[in-house]
Ligand binder design. Structure first.
Ligand SMILES: Nc1ncnc2c1ncn2[C@@H]1O[C@H](COP(=O)(O)OP(=O)(O)OP(=O)(O)O)[C@@H](O)[C@H]1O
Ligand SMILES: [Mg+2]
Length: 410
């Protein structure tokens, strides 16, 4: 038996004492957990908590496991939205399959979980958009997924939107660039799978009545084509339009959550031809800025939202104190006087519902809602109190790990 782990290997210490010599399905260990409504899988997949972290273990053919391990590692290095791989256990006793170990994606939900909660009215649209964005990012990076489905995607709330992450890379292939044919085949396969998965939800009574699986599945290639066009389209314009058209295009890509890697302007007889190379990794501008100012680690979208609040707090401080307040000072004060103070009001029993930054985002939304009702700003303290009393307890447990009854295989 052999373990191959990506650093930091210290994380692996607790994992080493699991019963690797037995088939994963038969493991009995009080560190095993059950995850509610996880995606459908062919393989045995189980979850384990050790040293305060949760991992997903998947028993698969050794060759596939090594491939998936390598690919997930590459995707992580590229900053792609995918689960993070820790290692593989190979050469197990009696020729058993290998076990791939990934980090459980915190606060993530499977599509089955999203629909079982019915906490958002029509998540279908958001799920499809999130998937389309994920596929486009992977394709820009040269990854052919080959097995894109709702089951192989994880979803996570992201400041009013939903972020999608790749969870299963067994069939994926990395290329220098994908041909249009490869991209089309990937997306058509995805549409077929999504259609099937939605029919399956419908049969289980989980799909809202007005959602038509066929129509939603058909949306997938359409939305993908529109996004791909936005991301990669070449444009021709007159020399006098050049400056604002280039700026406009970059703004639009940033708005979609993509960065521009390189711009190429080629003079032709028809005018100037603009070629943009879109960055594959998730943009990190706001995330980095928020981290530098406050030490908080969030998604890009959450960071954008929180930075707005930092800015508005700075304005408030300057007005109150009648002097200029440097950004870094305002950000530090915001962190302790606003952000930490609000989250400190969340009872321990409810802290697992959402990522802290997402919870703060919801508090801001709630503040806006209450202020609209009251016709005046109610303030963050009152909004937090009301959110904690009335909204949060009804929120689904998004960290879906549940203790498992001892000895019951998943
Ligand atoms: N790292 C992880 N974090 C959160 N959930 C996970 C993770 N890994 C797996 N899961 C959950 O377990 C399910 C099955 O995992 P996975 O898709 O890798 O298994 P599979 O057997 O290869 O599936 P397939 O039938 O597509 O081959 C996923 O749909 C997801 O819900
Ligand atoms: Mg799968």
């Amino acid at each position: 038996m052999r373990f191959i782990f990506r650093p930091p290997a210290s994380h692996a210490a607790g994992l080493l004492t699991l019963p690797w010599e037995q088939p994963l399905e038969e493991w009995v260990d009080d560190r095993l957990l059950e995850v509610a409504h996880r995606g459908i899988s062919r393989h045995v997949v189980r979850f384990v908590e050790t040293d305060g972290l949760v991992y997903a273990l998947k028993e698969i053919d050794e060759r596939l496991a090594r491939r998936e391990y390598r690919l997930l590692g590459e995707l992580e290095t590229m900053g792609m939205p995918a689960v993070s791989v820790l290692g593989v256990c190979v050469e197990r006793a009696n020729g058993q399959d290998a076990v791939l170990v990934t980090r459980f994606l915190d606060y993530s939900m499977s599509y089955r979980y999203v629909f079982s909660q019915r906490h958002r009215e029509h998540p279908t649209d958001q799920l499809i958009d999130a998937m389309v964005e994920l596929i486009a990012r992977l394709h820009l990076a040269g990854l052919y997924w080959g097995d894109c489905s709702l089951s192989n995607t994880l979803f996570r709330p992201d400041a009013g939107r939903i972020g999608a992450y790749l969870v299963d890379a067994e069939t994926a292939e990395m290329h220098v660039a994908l041909s249009p044919g490869q991209r089309v085949s990937d997306i058509e396969y995805a549409a077929e799978r999504v259609g099937g998965e939605l029919f399956d939800l419908q049969a289980g009574g989980l799909l809202p009545d007005d959602v038509d699986p066929i129509e939603v599945a058909a949306q997938l290639p359409r939305r993908y084509a529109a996004l791909w066009d936005e991301l990669t389209r070449e444009e021709v314009f007159r020399p006098d339009e050049q400056r604002y058209r280039v700026a406009e295009r970059i703004d639009r890509l940033n708005e979609l959550g993509f960065d521009v890697d390189e711009i190429e302007l080629i003079t032709t007889e028809e005018g100037t031809r603009l070629r943009v190379h879109t960055q594959v990794a998730q943009t990190g501008r706001h995330r980095n800025q928020l981290f530098a100012l406050t030490g908080l680690q969030t998604t890009e979208n959450q960071a954008r939202r929180l930075l707005n609040d930092v800015r508005s707090y700075r304005g408030h401080l300057e007005q109150k104190e009648g002097r200029a307040v440097p950004e870094i000072v305002a950000a530090h004060r915001w962190r302790s006087e606003v952000y930490d103070r609000a989250l400190a009001r969340v009872p321990e029993s409810l802290t697992d519902r959402l990522a802290p930054a997402e919870m703060f985002h919801e508090i801001l939304e709630h503040r806006w809602f209450l202020s609209e009702l009251a016709g005046k700003d109610v303030g963050t303290t009152a909004a937090t109190k009301s959110y904690v009393d009335k909204i949060l307890p009804a929120a689904p447990k998004t960290l879906t790990v549940l203790p498992e009854a001892p000895g019951v295989p998943s």
